[in-house]
Structure formats: structure tokens, C-alpha cells
Ligand binder design. Structure first.
Ligand SMILES: Nc1ncnc2c1ncn2[C@@H]1O[C@H](COP(=O)(O)OP(=O)(O)OP(=O)(O)O)[C@@H](O)[C@H]1O
Length: 453
């Protein structure tokens, strides 16, 4: 039976944790309210794990105790309430097995304990190069140590219902990791619903995420089911979470805490069973420090962070990815696979790939379409091809772009099955009046020969 020491000055929190752990079959070998009391206990027992609060009774903090635990090789998890960035940085520097956020939820505590134990057991395992289940399941290419470490963490956390936060620059493959997490979970036969938080205009967000009832607002002629409800039994992937507006952040926080949603205009709370995966290319700690992102939501999401390295830090993957995309695009184009010439290979290896794998993929598409010689100027080409930052657009521009891209996706169809109004969870009349207000005309979304309605 695993022995756990709880170092926590709040009596209620400590008792609560003890109850959860004992119920799950752990033995709690002590509760200490100060560093001194913890050291007294450590003199007589060696716990398998320490759950460590940062602020304690007395003048020493949990971060100081962490140093001693590290020396003794005793693994620990922090129990953190909302701390400021410098405290969090100092805590992170002690390399804990993770952070648990107050108020504690039983399933998070137990999942974290299991993950920490697994990480500890597998600490000295060499990386499985290629062919791992994570790689196969989502068609992920690359043998670099950085990617293998990401995949190891993906494999560890996938089967649990733990919330995962995927961090990395644009185009590094965060969505691929999210889909691997889903495919390796017990939810794999249920929906995987992706939501792009950056592209969601404020006026539509609630309806898109939570749905609405018939008559909820002018023109709401029928009930619409939101993304959270669509994801029931499966996974919701909140991409670009760092761009989410504060008024929406608070609503997401509620869903994470209560696991229930309310449709606009609805009177009942609907229970949802959804696993949440979020991703961002922003530094969320900076966003929190600068007041743009809610600290409580950050902690709720950051239960299990997974970092995806930029391509320039895993150059080893460049050739494997290039060959993979060449095979893929030659097959699509019905052509014989192109041979990668040494000069081009050098060039690919020498570039710093600011747009990461998406940029590499675009370069390969161009090479396949225009011939290998076109590769010689790919850097010039790809430099213009990096996705614009949505945050620099005004909200109106954002809303306009979102509606236009949805209309394009629906081949210009506004109402009825498969129309843009349905995709946006809006009554067609509301969408039409929004289009009018935003000056969206057919030329914006339908090619000259395109169809509309
Ligand atoms: N390891 C990989 N093997 C094969 N294809 C990959 C890999 N990583 C990424 N890709 C491909 O690169 C492109 C970009 O990846 P993805 O969309 O997952 O990135 P992202 O980090 O989510 O980007 P963004 O932050 O802009 O949303 C996709 O077409 C994806 O299929």
C-alpha cells in the first residue's frame, strides 16, 4: 500500500484529501501543517509520495521543503491555490510531479496520483522510437526525443478523464496530439468535437458552445444543440483557448467545475460527460499575470500540461516529415513519389521553420505540384504563408471572417440541412441579418460560378 504524507496547513483541506486517498486504498502516514512538522515525520517514515501545499504554518514554505524531498529522492505533488507567477515559477523549478488545484475534486486527485506513480515508474525507460501505439493511432511522424517525450506523456494521460492542456507554437501538431488523446481513450468511439476559440465571435459563442432553446431570442425557431452537448460521452477540444474572451472563460470554468450546461433560454441544467482538452500557442502564465486569462480557469485546465516542441528544436524530424508529406501528396495527385535531392534536403534542414510543421507541409505541397526545382525558393514562399494572428483582428472582423469561412465550408448554403446557419447554431434569419450588418455579400463566400441560396 502506497504511503502518502500530506503537508497542508488547512485542516479541512487536509482531512478531505485524507478521506479521498484512504477510500482509494492509499495509506496516509501523516498530516503536517508546517515544514518543521513534516521534517519530524520524515525522520521516522519514508513516504512514497508527498502532497505539498506551498504556503504553510511557520516561516518556511513548501518550496523549501521540496528541495529537501528532492535530495532524498521522495516524489511530490504541489497542492496549489491561486499563486502568483513568481511563486509558480519557483515551484516549477523544483520539478514536481504535478500540481493539484484547490478545491480538490476526487477524480483529479486520484488521476494525478496514478499519473505521478506511472511517471515515476517509467522515469528511466528509454524512449520508444517509432511504432508506438500513440504514433500509429494518429499517424504521427517523427523519432526525435522531444516528440517521443510528448508521445510518452500522451500515452500516459490518454486513458484517464484528466483535463489536458497542450502547449506549443502554431503548426507544431497540437491538434494531432489532441486527436491521439481521444483515440487512445475509452471515449474513442464517441464524438471528438473541435472548437476554435480564436475564431468565435463573442455574439455567437454561447449559442455555439451551449446551444439554445426554441424562442430563446428573436428568430430562434427551433432548439439547437451546442458543442458541449454534441461531445457528450466523448472529447471536446478547445483550440486556441488563450484567445477566449473573459466572459466566455467564466462559462467554461463553470462547465469544468459543475459538469453541466444550460442552453440559452433553457430552464434545466443538462449533465454532460465530456473530457476536455485545450490547446494554446500563448504563454498562459503571462496571460494570467497580465489579467487577460482567469487564474482559476488556468489552474483547472493545467492539470496535465503537454508541451509540443517547435520544429527547429527537433530537426531530426524534418526529413521523416518531408518524406511522409511527399508520399501523401504524390498519392493525392496520382504521381510517382519524388526523390528528395541532397541540395533540397540541406535547405530543409537549414531553415528555422517559424510556421513549424504546417509550413513544411505547405512547402511539400508546392514541391509536389510545381516540381522539385521550385523547392529552391521555398523559403521565400513559405515566409508569406504563416497563419495570421486572429487576435490582431477586431471583434467585428473576427466575426465576419468566421461567418465567411463557414459559408464557404457550406458552399454558400445559408439555411436548411448542412447550411451555415445550422453549423453556427443560428436561425437563418439571424444569420442573414448579421451578414447584412457586416456587409457580407455573395462575392465574399461564393466563387463567380458558385452556388448560393
Ligand atoms: N508529427 C506529425 N506527423 C505528421 N503530420 C503532422 C505532425 N504534426 C503535425 N502534423 C501536420 O501538420 C499540420 C499542423 O498540425 P496541427 O494542426 O496539429 O498543429 P497545431 O499546433 O494544432 O496548429 P495551430 O496552433 O495553428 O492550431 C497538420 O496538417 C498536421 O496533420
Amino acid at each position: 500500500m502506497k504511503k502518502i504524507l500530506i503537508v497542508e496547513d488547512q485542516f479541512v483541506e487536509a482531512a478531505n484529501l485524507e478521506r479521498m486517498l484512504v477510500k482509494a486504498g492509499y495509506s496516509v502516514c501523516g498530516i503536517a501543517r508546517s515544514v518543521k512538522a513534516a521534517l519530524d515525520i520524515l525522520n521516522s517514515v519514508r513516504p512514497d509520495f508527498v502532497l505539498l501545499d506551498i504556503y504553510l504554518k511557520g516561516d518556511q514554505t513548501g518550496i523549501e521543503l521540496a528541495g529537501i524531498l528532492k535530495e532524498q529522492g521522495i516524489p511530490f505533488l504541489y497542492l496549489s491555490a491561486n499563486s502568483n507567477k513568481s511563486t509558480l515559477d519557483a515551484a516549477k523549478a523544483t520539478r514536481p510531479y504535478g500540481f493539484l488545484v484547490k478545491p480538490f475534486r476526487e477524480q483529479d486527485v486520484l488521476a494525478m496520483m496514478e499519473i505521478a506513480a506511472y511517471q515515476q515508474e517509467n522515469r528511466h525507460q528509454p524512449a520508444a522510437i517509432g511504432g508506438s501505439p500513440e504514433t500509429q493511432v494518429a499517424d504521427i511522424v517523427g523519432g526525435s526525443e522531444a516528440l517521443q517525450q510528448t508521445l510518452r506523456l500522451t500515452g500516459i494521460v490518454a486513458p484517464s478523464d484528466t483535463t489536458v492542456l497542450i502547449l506549443g507554437e502554431s503548426g507544431t501538431g497540437k491538434e494531432k496530439i489532441a486527436s491521439a488523446l481521444h483515440l487512445l481513450s475509452r471515449r474513442k468511439n464517441n464524438p471528438f468535437i473541435k472548437v476554435n476559440c480564436a475564431a468565435m465571435p463573442a455574439s455567437l459563442v454561447e449559442s455555439i458552445l451551449f446551444g439554445h432553446e426554441k424562442g430563446a431570442f428573436t428568430g430562434a425557431t427551433s432548439r439547437a444543440i451546442g458543442k458541449f452537448e454534441q461531445a457528450h460521452g466523448g472529447t471536446i477540444f478547445l483550440d486556441e483557448i488563450g484567445e477566449m474572451l473573459p466572459e466566455v472563460q467564466v462559462k467554461i470554468l463553470r462547465v469544468l467545475q459543475e459538469k453541466e450546461i444550460e442552453r440559452i433560454g433553457g430552464r434545466e441544467l443538462i449533465k454532460t460527460d465530456v473530457r476536455v482538452i485545450a490547446a494554446t500557442n500563448r504563454n498562459l502564465e503571462t496571460e494570467v499575470a497580465e489579467g487577460r486569462f482567469r487564474m482559476d480557469l488556468y489552474y483547472r485546465l493545467n492539470v496535465f500540461p503537454i508541451q509540443v516542441a517547435p520544429l527547429r528544436e527537433r530537426k531530426q524530424d524534418i526529413i521523416a516529415l518531408t518524406e511522409h508529406f511527399i508520399r501523401q501528396y504524390c498519392q493525392i495527385e496520382g504521381r510517382e513519389p519524388i526523390q528528395l535531392q541532397p541540395a533540397l534536403r540541406e535547405k530543409l534542414l537549414g531553415w528555422h521553420w517559424p510556421g513549424n510543421i504546417r509550413e513544411l507541409e505547405n512547402v511539400v505541397k508546392r514541391i509536389v505540384l510545381l516540381g522539385a526545382e521550385s523547392g529552391s525558393d521555398f523559403i521565400h514562399y513559405s515566409g508569406n504563408n504563416i497563419a495570421p494572428v486572429a487576435a490582431s483582428q477586431t471583434l467585428q472582423e473576427n466575426e465576419r471572417a468566421y461567418i465567411i469561412s463557414t459559408l464557404k465550408q457550406c458552399n454558400g448554403k445559408i439555411s436548411g440541412a448542412g447550411g451555415a446557419a445550422q453549423l453556427l447554431n443560428l436561425p437563418a434569419s439571424t444569420l442573414e441579418s448579421k451578414m447584412k450588418k457586416l456587409g457580407i455579400t455573395k462575392e465574399d463566400y461564393a466563387p463567380a460560378t458558385g452556388s448560393g441560396n
